[in-house]
Design a protein. Sequence first.
Length: 220
Amino acid sequence: MNQPVTSETYAAQLRRLAELTARVREQRAEAHTWYERQCAAAERAVADAAEQVRLAEEELIAAREEQERVDAEVAHLWQQVRTRLGVRRLAGPPVPANGSGATDPQLLLGRARDLLNRAGQPGELPGSVNPLLALCGVAGAVPAYALGVGARALGVGYGGDLAVGLPVLALVVTLCGPLVGLVSARVLADRRHAVLSPRPILVVLGAGLLTTALLLVLGR
C-alpha cells in the first residue's frame, strides 16, 4: 500500500521544486545573457568588417587616382626627355624594376624632375676646351691683323687723306681682333650647351691680345 504523504514530505518537495525553478531561471538568464553577448559581438564584428571594407575601397580609389597622376607625370617627363634629346623614336617610359614599389613614387618623380632641370640648364665649359678657346682668340686676331695690314697698305698706296685715315682704321680693326674670337667661342659654347662664362672669355681675349701684340711687334 502507498505510504501517505505527510506534511514534511510535501514541504520538502515544494522546496525542491522551488530550487529547481530558481536554477532553471538562472540558467535561462545566463543563456539569454550569453546570447545577447554573442549577438553584440557578432554585430561589432560585422560593423568592423564593413568599416574595413569601406577603408579598403577608399584606399583603392586613392591608389588608382595616385597611379593615374603618376602615369601622367611620367608621360610628361618622358616627353620632355625626348624633346631635350631630340629623339622622337624612343619607346615608352621605362618600367620600374622589381622591388621598387616600396619607394614613394612622388620622391622618384621629384628626383627625375631635378635631373631633367639640371640637364636642361646650360653648364660651364670645362677646362679641357681651353686650347680651343685660345685658338678662337688666335683665329680672331690673325684675320683682324691681316685686314689692318691691308688697310695700311691701301693708305700708303693711295696717299692723301686715305694715308691718314686708313692707318687709324687699321689699328682699330687690329685691336678688335680678340673680340672677334668671342664669336667663335660662343658657337663652341652653344654646341656644347654651355654658357660663355668669364673664364672662357678671359682665355679668348688673353690669347687674342697676346697674338695681336706679337704680330704688331713682328710687323714693325
